[in-house]
Design a protein around this ligand. Structure first.
Ligand code: ATP
Ligand code: MG
Length: 238
């Protein structure tokens, strides 16, 4: 068996006096889409921040591509191939779509061109010279993902990409995640939308109070109504 692309072992992390992660263990196999789900405030975003080096773990180990990256700062994790798309999208309103995407290359040194990235995003391609300020919520999310791709990531960390989006745009985001995965990018997806998480990913981790309390193939988690109810407060998944 080959080693996983990413693994977290006993990771503890938090902010000042608050410990948020209390020993997180998880692995992401190369070429997979893995989801991380859980109620509000359990530490999902903090987990992603720990991986990219935005938050420093106080204990435990994070390994990426066979190397210990536990204490690396963000500038170095991005160079090694990890890119984080934050929940708030951070589109620059005064820059064009093309310029926004170009910003993703800063510090990353990727070789993918903006035009290559735009091939995956039909509606952004049509608006390449429009300003960020005129984009819809769905287009902003697409732009945030497109910007991550010029960094040539091996591992893409997505924090609630479907939040606040209309159902038909949510389907577009699902399609994009699948397409990127087909292109060879491994994805770790944080989602509040449990049906989306279980639909797009092949393996799921459930986080509760800073610990993984359940994990398994998405298809089996979907059938496990007791687990869905106990840890996520949802009775069943359509
Ligand atoms: N910068 C910060 N400083 C202090 N506490 C923080 C900070 N960011 C998050 N927290 C706290 O850490 C805990 C975990 O937050 P985190 O954002 O990781 O949760 P989450 O699972 O992503 O939640 P959500 O579903 O709301 O996005 C929360 O109690 C939150 O209030
Ligand atoms: Mg969050």
């Amino acid at each position: 068996m080959t080693d996983p692309l990413l693994s977290l072992a006993g990771v503890r992390a938090g902010y000042d006096l608050t410990e948020v992660l209390r020993g997180v263990d998880m692995t992401v196999e190369e070429g997979s889409v893995v989801s991380l789900v859980g109620r509000n405030g359990v530490g999902k975003t903090t987990t992603l921040r720990s991986i990219v080096g935005n938050v420093s773990p106080t204990a435990g180990t994070i390994t990426f591509d066979g190397e210990d990256i536990t204490d690396l700062p963000t500038e170095q994790t991005i160079q090694r191939g990890i890119t984080f798309v934050p929940e708030d999208r951070r589109v620059f309103p005064g820059l064009t779509v093309r310029e926004n995407i170009e910003m993703g290359r800063l510090g990353a040194g990727g070789e993918t061109s903006v035009d290559e990235v735009l091939e995956t995003f039909e509606n952004l391609k049509e608006r390449a010279d429009s300003h960020g300020s005129v984009l819809s919520g769905g287009e902003q999310q697409m732009l945030a993902i497109a910007r991550a791709l010029v960094a040539d990531p091996d591992l893409l960390l997505l924090d609630e990409p479907t939040e606040g989006l209309a159902p038909y745009i949510v389907r577009d985001i699902e399609d994009i995640i699948r397409e990127l995965n087909d292109q060879g990018i491994t994805v770790l997806l944080v989602e509040q939308n449990i049906p989306v998480a279980l639909e797009v990913s092949e393996y799921t981790y459930i986080l509760e109070k800073g610990r993984i309390v359940h994990e398994g193939p998405a298809a089996s988690v979907r059938e496990n109504t007791a687990v869905l109810d106990r840890h996520l407060g949802v009775g069943s998944v359509e």
